[in-house]
Design a protein around this ligand. Sequence first.
Ligand code: G1P
Length: 299
Amino acid sequence: MPSYARALPVNQAVIVAGGLGTRFLPATKTLPKEMLPVVDRPMVHYAVEEAVESGLSHVVLITAAGKSSLEDYFHPNPELERMLAERGETEKLDLVQGLVNAVDISYVRQKEPRGLGHAILSAERLTGGEPFVALLPDDIIAAEVPATRQMLDVYARYPGCHIAVERVAQEDIPSYGIIDPEPVEPRVYRVKGMVEKPPIERAPSNLGIVGRYILVPEIFDAIRRTPPGARGEIQITDAIDLLRREGCPVYVYEFEGTRYDAGTPLGHLKASVGLAMRRPEFGPALRDYLRGLLGEAER
Ligand code: G1P
């Protein structure tokens, strides 16, 4: 029986952080993109936090050569912790220890940058034949209920693969995986087809894939059988579509929340401002500053 015949418990997240980050050069020449801070924590922190807050207990972090700072970030730092404890800085201590203690993280390195599908394939052994959530840390989603949690709740009703989507502007269509949707219920669509980074005139809709997926273990074999696609890379979109054509139901879900693409300089600025605005310690001062700045610009 294929694993998508019924909804199985999902306990693990695969976080894909193996890319070269070329959209963020020169910073990413030495700093992994996923370690770029958004307000006061690195991008990857938000992804791990979303997994934990969605009830997942095991994270597989896919990294690559030159990215060991990602592993260090999720490793205890006894010296720093002792110093903070001695100084009575308990809030900072909680910040430093919180996520590290909340989750069990395994690491695997993508051996060559051959695309998102290829990266996810590196997690095969560590996911132990169970369904998992894949998260792309570039996509930071601010939401009352974490987007991953929202998706898991939909998955419980519709076994299969699930992908998060949002409506994208026409000019942005060629940057996304685009869905050919069939409505099922509000916010949920069954997928009739999907295409990675199509030209605008060949896009079946404006529903663009956002970096959250629930995938079944059959995906690994499908990835192995997926030839290079858009940009000459092995695309997860193509592998999921192959699985769909072979009988696996695939759904997309329009999550509730605000998504930032923090993987480009402009998107990263928007994410920093947007997320800082939501923080009580930064929001009011930042709002005043921006008002002043905009006022000056208009004068
Ligand atoms: C990846 C996916 C694409 C998706 C996008 C969302 O593309 O391949 O389907 O729409 O993430 O962020 P990338 O941005 O890595 O080129």
